[in-house]
Design a protein around this ligand. Structure first.
Ligand code: TRP
Length: 452
C-alpha cells in the first residue's frame, strides 16, 4: 500500500540510496569537524563517547528517520502530518518537520562558508607559498585567508550557487553519479594520507591521543559536543534522511542500508583523525586550535611531499565534492516542502532557499574577520549557529523522530517498514528507539547544563 502513496521519484536501487545517504552523511562533519572537536575536547574520551552515541542513539534514530520517510513519502513536514493522521495523533507533530527545515537552513548557512574555505584551498595549495611550509607559515597563510571578508564571502557565494544549481535538478541524476566516484576516491586519498602520517614522526602520539581515553579531560560540554557530532555527522534530526527515505523503494532493507552508511561515515571520520593528529604532534601544533585545524595541518603534509601540490588539489577537490553532496541534503527538506506546498517549480524552490542561506551565511563569513568581536554569550555568530543546531536542534529533532517511531506509530507499521525478519533484531531496535535514545539525549542535556 505504500506504493500507492508516493509523490516523488524513487531511487533506482538500494545502492543508489546507500550512495545518496552516504553522500549526505560524509562531508565536512567527518573531515573538518570531527578532528577539531576531538582536538578541543581532549581526544580519546571524546572519541569513545562519540562512538557510543553513534551506536546507541544515532543508528537507531537513523533507521527511525528513514522509515518515517518511506512511510510518509513526502517532505518532512507533510510526512509528519500524514503519519500523525495515520496514527490518530496530534497534527502538531508536523512542527518537527518545521524544526528540521529551519535546522537545515541554519546549518547550511555556515556549512557553505567552511566548504568555501576548502574550495579556495584547491587553488591555494597549488601556489609556491606552500612549498616546504612549516607550521608557523601554514597558520599565517590560513589566518590571512580567513580574515578577508571579500575572499571568504566570494567562495561562500560560489559554493552556495553550486549547491543551488544541483538542488534545482532533483535528487537522482547528478548526485548519484557524483557520489559513486567521489566516495571511493576520497577513501583512497585518506588511506594515502594515513600512510603519510605513519611516517611523520607523530603517529604514536596521534593514535594515543585519539584512542587512549583520558576521562579527566572530558567535561559535560564535551559529552554534549560528542553527541551533537554524532547527529551532525550521520546527518540526522532535520529530515535529510527522511526525505531520502521517502525516495526509497519499498523492498529495500532499511536496517542494512543504514548500517552500511553509518559504518562508512564513522570510518571516514576516524581515518581523517588518524591523518591529522600525527601531523599536529610532529609539527608541534596545538590539537585544540579549533575550526582551522585541517587547514593548518594538512598543507604542511602537502608542502613537504614531492608532488604534494597535486595531491593537495585532489584532496581538497574531494572535500568539495563530499561537502556539496551534504549541502544538497541540507537544503532538500526546504526544497521538497516548497515544491509540495507552495507549488513552486524545483528550480524556483532551490533558488529561494539558496538565496536565504547565502544571506544568513554572511554572518558566518564575518565571524572570522570584521565581526569577530560581535559576540553573544561569548560566541561569534558562527559558533552560536553551530552550537544551537548541532547541540540542541538536531538532538531535539532526533528525539522527536524516535518518540514518534517508538511510541506514536503503531508497532505493526514500524515492524512492517523495517522488515527485520529476525525478531530479536527488531526488539533491539525498538528498545533503543523507545528508551535508550530519548533517555540518552535527555541525560546528556541535563548533564551539560549542570543539573546532574
Ligand atoms: N553529515 C554531513 C557532514 O558530516 C552534514 C549534513 C548533511 C547534515 N545532512 C545533514 C548534518 C543533516 C545535520 C543534519 O558533513
Amino acid at each position: 500500500m505504500t506504493e500507492q502513496r508516493y509523490f516523488h521519484a524513487q531511487w533506482s536501487s538500494r545502492m543508489a540510496f546507500i550512495l545518496a545517504a552516504s553522500g549526505s552523511a560524509i562531508g565536512l562533519g567527518n573531515i573538518w569537524k570531527f578532528p577539531y572537536l576531538a582536538g578541543e575536547n581532549g581526544g580519546g574520551a571524546f572519541v569513545l563517547v562519540y562512538l557510543l552515541c553513534v551506536a546507541a542513539i544515532g543508528i537507531p534514530i537513523m533507521m527511525a528517520e528513514t522509515l518515517l520517510g518511506r512511510r510518509g513519502r513526502q517532505s518532512p513536514i507533510n510526512t509528519m502530518l500524514t503519519l500523525a493522521e495515520e496514527a490518530k495523533a496530534s497534527p502538531d507533530w508536523h512542527y518537527a518537520g518545521w524544526l528540521g527545515v529551519i535546522s537545515g537552513f541554519l546549518i547550511l548557512s555556515y556549512y557553505s562558508v567552511i566548504a568555501g574555505w576548502a574550495t579556495a584551498y584547491i587553488f591555494k595549495i597549488n601556489s609556491a607559498l606552500f612549498e616546504h611550509i612549516n607550521a608557523a607559515g601554514s597558520t599565517r597563510l590560513f589566518n590571512e585567508f580567513k580574515s578577508s571578508p571579500v575572499f571568504v564571502g566570494l567562495w561562500h557565494t560560489l559554493f552556495m550557487a553550486a549547491t543551488t544549481l544541483i538542488a534545482s535538478r532533483g535528487v537522482s541524476g547528478g548526485l548519484e553519479r557524483t557520489t559513486r566516484f567521489m566516495m571511493p576516491a576520497l577513501l583512497l586519498m585518506l588511506v594515502a594520507l594515513d600512510f603519510y602520517a605513519m611516517n611523520s614522526g607523530g603517529f604514536g602520539q596521534g593514535v594515543a591521543f585519539l584512542f587512549n581515553p583520558d576521562f579527566s579531560k572530558l567535561t559535560g560540554a564535551g559529552v554534549l559536543a560528542a553527541m551533537g557530532q554524532a547527529f551532525f555527522s550521520l546527518g540526522l534530526g532535520m529530515g535529510s534522511i527522511m526525505v531520502y527515505g521517502s525516495y526509497l523503494p519499498s523492498h529495500v532493507s532499511i536496517a542494512r542500508s543504514t548500517l552500511v552508511v553509518a559504518g562508512a561515515d564513522t570510518a571516514v571520520a576516524l581515518m581523517a583523525g588518524l591523518a591529522i593528529f600525527p601531523l599536529v604532534f610532529a609539527n608541534g601544533l596545538e590539537p585544540s586550535m579549533g575550526p582551522g585545524l585541517i587547514f593548518q595541518t594538512l598543507p604542511i603534509a602537502f608542502g613537504q611531499m614531492s608532488g604534494g601540490w597535486l595531491f593537495g588539489m585532489v584532496f581538497f577537490s574531494l572535500v568539495f565534492f563530499a561537502a556539496i553532496t551534504s549541502a544538497v541534503a541540507l537544503i532538500e527538506p526546504a526544497v521538497a516542502f516548497m515544491t509540495e506546498n507552495l507549488r513552486l517549480s524545483r528550480a524556483d524552490a532551490a533558488i529561494y532557499s539558496g538565496i536565504g542561506c547565502w544571506f544568513l551565511g554572511l554572518a558566518s563569513v564575518f565571524s572570522f574577520n570584521i565581526w569577530s568581536d560581535v559576540q553573544m554569550f561569548g560566541k561569534t555568530p558562527f559558533e552560536l549557529v553551530d552550537m544551537l543546531t548541532a547541540e540542541f536542534m538536531l538532538p531535539v529533532g532526533g528525539v522527536m523522530v524516535a518518540v514518534f517511531a517508538g511510541w506514536v506509530m503503531r508497532r505493526e507499521i514500524a515492524e512492517q517498514e523495517l522488515e527485520l525478519t529476525d525478531r530479536r533484531q527488531f526488539e533491539i531496535w525498538y528498545f533503543l528507539t523507545r528508551y535508550v535514545a530519548p533517555a540518552g539525549v535527555a541525560i546528556i542535556f541535563l548533564d551539560a547544563v549542570g543539573v546532574l
